[in-house]
Design a protein around this ligand. Structure first.
Ligand code: BG6
Length: 478
């Protein structure tokens, strides 16, 4: 088959500061949300869906794996060299807000923090790797959480504006591609991660989450405007978690239900970011859920003017749903809800594997918006085994990625404009939802374990060489 990936397609890998940098109290960095999240599946998953978290650390009870991460803070040169060896054209990373503004509300940034990212960007440039930078990836400074209540508080718009202005001015010659808020539409499910607050109770969860989202829409629009002013050639994307919603069967009731769920989860944030307007369907949802937003003068105009240049999204799973679920069916679906899809197998963490869903996602998004798309997260979290000779034969990961990249290729043939693909956790890192090291995504293995032990040494998995060839052939050989 002739090649369908465009010339200049941005192949690469993705990470987030809080999950891999480590150095949590070095270089003048202040504490952020991830620093107080305990490790371990049970503790972390419960916390993310719970209410009333006090944001205190308790080292007598828990470990805090994000503190050391995989020590990219000290090993970035070695890691970037490995990315270059794989042939990366781009590398997605985030900036830890609290390295730049340790508390988040200072007037002046930390030079030490800024200098760290200068070194990282310079190292990437040395290897001709284009940085793709997420400005906010689950890293709200702890002070903004404790003192201000996270994104519920409008003051954060002002602090964020200061933060992005510093970033754009400082890195204007180094970074062209920016993303505003990671998986912004996941906020209502897990406000703790995206919005930096723990709901007081279930009654206030939705109201506070949508108010927080409104503040992020305003902040994002402002960031887009500032980026375009300060870095004329910059391109700024939003970042969605996208999961096509399938009706469980052809019962029209279930189709309507699936459509409703998709509108709220998949379309709402994208519509605001790309079309610059609150979509009409949200009014009914707000009324039925008694959500009343505090929208200030000028907000809607700003949102209209600060629309994004492209959509980036993560794709891990689809969701299958029906209107009336039996008690047994509830909780059997994916992380983001729904029921079990009888046609799909799931990962060891229960995430249903659905490559075809990526083609569906790409077509849905492009059909709705006609703006370029960037897949900035996709991958398989799996247990890896190191053989006696040190090799790691992760054929399951290769199969997963091959399936998804093939689906992306089909979507491009369908006419969808795709800018690039960065596989999640290109180097093993701490899982966001479970705080584990053993949920590995990488092409590069990191010798670090759930109990904190390990030499932190890096080694190449079988998938490393496979992906290297995918990039070298621009997706022709999968
Ligand atoms: C996305 C996040 O939800 O999924 C990442 O943007 C996260 O931060 C990734 O790591 C995979 O999820 P997990 O829970 O397996 O780490």
């Amino acid at each position: 088959m002739s090649n369908v990936f465009p010339k200049g397609f941005l192949w690469g890998g993705a990470t987030a500061a809080n999950q891999f940098e480590g150095g949590f109290h070095e270089g003048g960095k202040g504490l952020n949300l991830a620093d107080v999240l305990p490790g371990g599946k049970e503790a972390r998953i419960k916390l993310l869906s719970d209410t009333g978290f006090d944001f205190e650390m308790d080292t007598t009870k828990y470990t805090y794996p994000n503190h050391e991460g995989i020590d990219f803070y000290h090993r970035y040169k070695e890691d970037i060299a490995l990315f270059a060896e794989m042939g990366f054209k781009t590398f997605r990373m985030s900036i830890a807000w609290s390295r730049i503004f340790p508390n988040g509300d200072e007037l002046e940034p930390s030079e030490e923090g800024l200098a760290f990212y200068d070194r990282v960007f310079d190292e990437l440039a040395k290897h001709n790797i284009e940085p793709l930078v997420t400005i906010a990836h689950y890293e709200t400074p702890l002070h903004l959480i404790k003192e201000y209540g996270g994104w519920r508080n409008r003051k954060l718009v002002e602090f964020f504006e200061r933060y992005v202005t510093v970033l754009f001015n400082r890195y204007k010659d180094k970074v062209k591609y920016w993303l505003t808020f990671n998986e912004i539409n996941g906020a209502t499910h897990m406000p703790l991660l995206g919005l930096g607050f723990s709901p007081e109770n279930e009654e206030t969860r939705l109201q506070d989450s949508f108010q927080g989202l409104h503040h992020q829409f305003v902040a994002s629009a402002k960031a887009v405007q500032l980026a375009h002013e300060i870095i004329p050639e910059s391109q700024v994307g939003c970042m969605l978690i996208y999961a096509p919603v399938y009706a469980f069967d052809s019962n029209p009731e279930n189709v309507t239900f699936a459509q409703e769920e998709a509108r709220i989860f998949n379309n709402f944030c994208g519509d605001v970011h790309v079309r610059g307007e609150y979509p009409s369907f949200i009014n009914r949802y707000f009324e039925e859920n008694e959500i009343k937003l505090d929208i200030q003068d000028g907000d809607l105009e700003l949102i209209k003017e600060g629309t994004v240049d492209f959509i980036s999204f993560s794709y891990y799973m689809s969701r299958t749903d029906k209107k009336n679920k039996t008690p047994e069916e509830i909780g059997q679906g994916n992380l983001i809800g729904g029921v079990k899809n009888p046609f799909l197998k799931a990962s060891d963490w229960g995430w249903e594997i659905d490559p075809e869903g990526l083609r569906i996602a790409l077509n849905e998004l492009y059909g709705r918006y006609q703006v370029p798309l960037f897949i900035v997260e996709n991958g398989l979290g799996a247990y890896d085994k190191v053989e006696e000779d040190g090799s790691i034969n992760d054929d399951y990961r290769i199969d997963y990625l091959r399936g998804h990249i093939s689906a992306m290729r089909e979507a491009i043939k369908d006419g969808v404009e795709v800018m690039g693909y960065t596989s999640w956790g290109c180097i093993d890192l701490v899982s966001a939802s479970s705080g584990e090291m053993s949920k590995r995504y990488g092409f590069i293995y990191v010798d670090k374990h759930d109990n904190g032990s390990g030499s932190l040494e890096r080694s190449r998995k079988k998938s490393f060489f496979w992906y290297q060839n995918v990039i070298a052939t621009n997706g022709e050989e999968l």
